[in-house]
Every structure is written in structure tokens, then in C-alpha cells.
Design a protein around this ligand. Structure first.
Ligand code: SF4
Ligand code: SF4
Length: 538
């Protein structure tokens, strides 16, 4: 095993049982600076090492990347990877991404500005393995060796000195899943290079060429969505039952009788949610319904599973899956004859539908898509909702979903909204486009195979946890004061739920989490009892 600080890209091909391991992680603030406050790191099980690729850092993110049992199988997988590598560097097979890929591949000045920006690298205690350019450098060396065949001194001179074997390839595949694709590094690079894109291209080779991708993203994600319509696998009758249950819950909690519009032809707005909200956080679609009805909007949900669920995991690992899903989602909206799609609290859906898909679909396939944030701020600014911010008189901080702020540049509306309903709002440091990823980005929030959750809770979410603790330092150790982390994104909310659980923060320090619309509904003047569960007595 090599110490994190001594690790070099060339080591990726060396025959270590495990290349490196996490050692001293970034310190956490009080009260998590005291011994015994956080669970210790664990070791991978022998059975996992035998079956999967645990030889990178002991964690297994890709539960379909199993060790070949014969030499032929090993060689076949290496060949498939190299064939995929050729495709990502071809204009014919990677037209949408070849330009930024080549720019990021060719021009790195090794200034390491990006390492300062990366929460994974910083949280790991600056282990070289997680430096944003480490995986890019491994990819460069493999590509140079493959494309510009040389030997010995020549290989070293042209930066091609790496062994290309199954272990190298498999470790690189795993390493592509140690990056949240948050693009904070790209934002700080003086040359505009995007290491996240390189990580995603590696994921793409594994999925599109080798048929290897984490099950929660592929088999139980996009494949399930294309087969059943929804990423949760919910059936249409179950969805309709769920909506009825939400209506009953709204009446019970608020006294408001609301009939949620479904499949309303020609409505102004088709509101789409991350399907996970209906299962895990039905109060979020409920809050949207209350606000849209109170404001008198002309809106609808779709009962077509592809029209109610805005999830598109394809953007994290596979272009063809992403495109297939987006096409079907937009078809539902066009068939309904709505004027626009409004995206609810889901960051990656914002990116998938309003940024990536806008480059793919034009002409007849096009339909306007927008974030709920400017719309909600418009409603508040124009007094369409009667609000009493004193109902939210407890400390509140807000997480900025990367895809909303950095990818789409929507920064101010959510701040205007939260300031209008939360007198004790305080920013995280840094925030806005400089925010840190929640640590659940790019699929991590739903990847729970073997010990991968430990990597997420200890490393990728560590910086966000630090930011939450810092934001509440004045009251964190007073369990009588409730505190609220607002995360207007389903995936981020899932990641924050898991950090709070892992570190027992709710139980010990009365810290809660939820979306933005719930906070707005809680401030509505005409609702007697609190809408937020942690404020209710019953
Ligand atoms: S900041 Fe840009 S140029 Fe500097 S090391 Fe990172 S990717 Fe390379
Ligand atoms: S995209 Fe985010 S997680 Fe990945 S290397 Fe860049 S800063 Fe780190």
C-alpha cells in the first residue's frame, strides 16, 4: 500500500492488493472535533476484494465491475476499454463532447488551482488519489501509451509510462466514481479545463462500451425508468393513490381542500418532480400544490410516469440513456399541449432538462423548460402569497445545488425567497456559485453498494457537513433550538438526510432538513398549525 501523499498516476497499474487508504481526514468543527463523535473507518471484507475491484482505496462504487475469472476475460475487458477510448476521441462517435474533452485533455498546466477547489481532495486529507487531475493524468497516460506506441525512455518522455492491465482500467473506473461531477474545479481553472468531464467520459466508456455501471444508476435507474416510465418503478395506479394521499394529508395538516390537477390539457405549466419526492418526501409535492393553488396558477401534473418524473440519471454516466429519457419526457409534455415545463426541486433534472437537453432538441422536439425558483420568487414579490416569516423563527441555512447555481446561474431567487420567509437565515460559507457539492452529486446519493456509503459519509459529504456545522455554530450545542438545513434538490436532500443520520445530528442537536417550498408553506398566514413536522406537537 502506498501512502496517500506519495501516490503517482503510474502506480495505478502496480500489483498492490490495495493501492492506498484514507488516513487523516479533514478536521470537523465543534462538536464533532471531539474524540468518539464520528464513526471510525472500516476495512473492506475479503469476499468483496475477491469479487470486485477494491484495489483502489478499499471502496466499491461499481457493483457490476466484477473480477474476470480467466486471462481471456481480462484481456477482453481491457480491449473493450481501449476501443471505447478511441470512440471518445473521435469526432464521429463523440461529437457533442469532443471539443471540451480535447481542451481539458491537452492543455493542463498542472497549476493545481483545481485541487484547492475540490471538496473530495480536501476532505480526504489531501490524498493524491483524489486530486482532480490525478484521474485525468491516468487517462492521459493510458491514451498516450495506446495512441502513440513507444517504449522505455520514449514512453516516459511522452507521458505514457503506465501499465495498461485490468487492474489499471478497473481502478480508473472506480476512480471515476470518487468525483461528484460538481465542476467546482472547472469553475476555478484559469484555463477553463473540466476534470469532471474527463471523469464522466471514463464512466461513459465503462457504460456504453463495456456494459458496466453502478446498478442504482443503470439497472435500477435509467433501465427501470425506460421500462416502467418511472425511476422508482412505481405503477400508474400507485402514483394516483399517492396523489390522493397527498391531497388528504394537505387537508389534515392545513385544512385546505385541494384537488391536484392531473393531465389537464393545454395547461400553462406541467410541473415535474423527482419521483423520489413522492416516495420519501410527499410533503414537497404537497407544498408545491398548496403554493400553486394559492397563487391561482394554471398548472397540471402528468399521470404518465415519464411526465411526472423528471429524473434522468443518464447524464451522470451514459449519453444514449440520457437522450432516450429526455426525448420521452418532452413528448409527454407536447402531447398534453402544455406551454412549458416547470422543474421542481431536483438539481440534476434542472441540468438534464434545461441545459443538456436544450443542446439536443430543437424544432418540433423543443418545449420551454424552466426552474421553479424564478417563478416562486415572482409569486412572492408580487404578493400572490400571504406570508408571515415569524412562523419560521429558527436558524435556517441553505445548501445550493451545484446544477442550479453553477450549471444554470440561478443564485438570487432562492435567496430572495428564503429571506422573505426566514428571519434567522444565515448563509453557508462559501455559497452561491462557490458552494460545495452536498457529496451526493452524480449518483452518490443513491449508490449504497457494499461500503460505498462510508466513502460518501466520511469523505464526499464531509465538506458539506463542515459547512452545516459552521453555519449553526452559535446554536449547534443547544438541543432546545431547532435548526433547518434547506436543500432545494431531491438528491442533495437525500445526501443531507444521510449525513445527519450518520452523525446522529438530529437526535443530538435538533438539526432538521427539507426543501424550500415546505418552508414557504410553513410561513403562510392562513395555515394555523405548522406545516413542518418537527414543529408540530402531534
Ligand atoms: S486548474 Fe486547470 S490547468 Fe491548473 S491543474 Fe487544474 S485542470 Fe490543470
Ligand atoms: S468535479 Fe467536483 S468532485 Fe470532481 S474533481 Fe472537480 S471539484 Fe472534485
Amino acid at each position: 500500500m502506498i501512502k496517500g501523499k506519495d501516490l503517482k498516476p503510474q502506480d495505478m497499474g502496480k500489483p498492490h492488493e490495495q493501492l492506498t487508504k484514507l488516513e487523516k481526514l479533514m478536521d470537523l468543527p465543534a462538536p464533532y472535533d471531539k474524540p468518539g463523535m464520528e464513526p471510525s473507518l472500516t476495512e473492506p471484507k475479503d469476499a468483496w476484494k475477491e469479487k470486485f475491484c477494491a484495489s483502489l482505496d478499499g471502496y466499491i462504487g461499481i457493483d457490476t465491475l466484477t473480477r474476470p475469472t480467466t486471462k481471456e476475460e481480462e484481456e477482453e475487458q481491457v480491449e473493450m476499454f481501449l476501443s471505447g477510448l478511441e470512440k471518445i476521441f473521435s469526432d464521429e462517435t463523440n461529437r457533442n463532447f469532443i471539443q471540451p474533452l480535447l481542451l481539458s485533455f491537452e492543455y493542463c498546466a498542472k497549476c493545481n488551482t483545481c485541487s484547492e477547489a475540490c471538496h473530495v481532495f480536501q476532505a480526504s486529507g489531501q490524498n493524491e488519489l483524489y486530486r482532480p487531475i490525478f484521474r485525468s493524468e491516468v487517462l492521459r497516460r493510458i491514451a498516450r501509451k495506446h495512441f502513440k506506441k513507444g517504449s522505455g525512455i520514449v514512453e516516459k518522455f511522452i507521458g505514457a509510462d503506465i501499465d495498461i492491465n485490468w487492474e489499471t482500467i478497473a481502478r480508473l473506473g472506480e476512480l471515476a466514481y470518487r468525483c461528484n461531477l460538481c465542476r467546482r474545479c472547472a469553475q476555478t481553472c484559469p484555463l477553463g479545463l473540466d476534470n469532471a468531464l474527463l471523469a464522466r467520459e471514463i464512466r461513459k466508456i465503462f457504460s456504453q462500451e463495456m456494459g458496466i455501471a453502478p446498478r442504482p444508476l443503470h439497472e435500477k435507474g435509467t433501465v427501470l425508468q425506460l421500462k416502467t416510465g418511472s425511476s422508482t418503478g412505481i405503477t400508474k395506479p400507485a402514483l394516483l393513490d399517492n396523489i390522493e394521499f397527498i391531497e388528504e394529508d394537505i387537508e389534515e395538516k392545513t385544512g385546505k381542500k385541494i384537488k391536484i390537477p392531473i393531465d389537464k390539457k393545454g395547461a400553462d405549466i406541467l410541473l415535474t418532480h423527482n419521483a423520489g419526492e413522492f416516495m420519501a418526501w410527499p410533503e414537497n409535492p404537497a407544498a408545491f400544490a398548496i403554493l400553486f393553488e394559492d397563487a391561482g396558477l394554471d398548472w397540471t401534473l402528468s399521470s404518465d410516469l415519464l411526465g411526472y418524473d423528471n429524473v434522468n440519471y443518464g447524464i451522470w454516466y451514459d449519453d444514449s440513456q440520457a437522450k432516450k429519457i429526455a426525448l420521452q419526457q418532452f413528448k409527454v409534455a407536447r402531447d398534453l399541449g402544455v406551454k412549458r415545463i416547470v422543474l421542481g426541486e431536483c438539481g440534476h433534472a434542472h441540468k438534464a432538462a434545461a441545459v443538456s437537453a436544450d443542446r439536443l432538441f430543437t424544432g418540433e422536439d423543443y418545449i420551454p423548460k424552466e426552474s421553479f425558483l424564478p417563478l416562486l420568487w415572482d409569486l412572492i414579490k408580487n404578493n400572490k402569497l400571504k406570508l408571515d416569516p415569524s412562523k419560521n423563527n429558527f436558524p435556517v441555512t441553505m445548501h445550493d445545488p451545484c446544477n442550479v447555481v453553477r450549471m444554470m446561474g440561478i443564485v438570487q431567487p432562492q435567496r430572495d425567497i428564503i429571506k422573505a420567509v426566514s428571519p434567522q437565515f444565515r448563509e453557508m460559507t462559501p455559497h452561491g456559485v462557490h458552494n460545495y457539492c452536498c457529496g451526493g452529486g452524480s449518483g452518490f446519493a443513491i449508490m449504497k453498494s457494499m461500503n460505498f456509503s462510508e466513502f460518501r459519509e466520511k469523505v464526499s459529504t464531509r465538506m458539506k457537513f463542515k459547512q452545516i456545522l459552521d453555519a449553526f455554530q452559535d446554536t449547534i450545542e443547544d438541543p432546545t433550538i431547532p435548526k433547518y438545513v434547506c436543500a432545494p434538490c431531491s438528491n442533495c436532500k437525500g445526501a443531507i438526510r444521510d449525513i445527519l443520520k450518520f452523525y446522529k445530528v438530529t437526535e443530538k442537536f435538533n438539526v432538521h432538513y427539507g426543501g424550500l417550498v415546505e418552508l414557504v408553506v410553513n410561513a403562510l398566514v392562513d395555515i394555523e398549525k405548522p406545516f413542518l413536522d418537527f414543529l408540530r406537537d402531534d
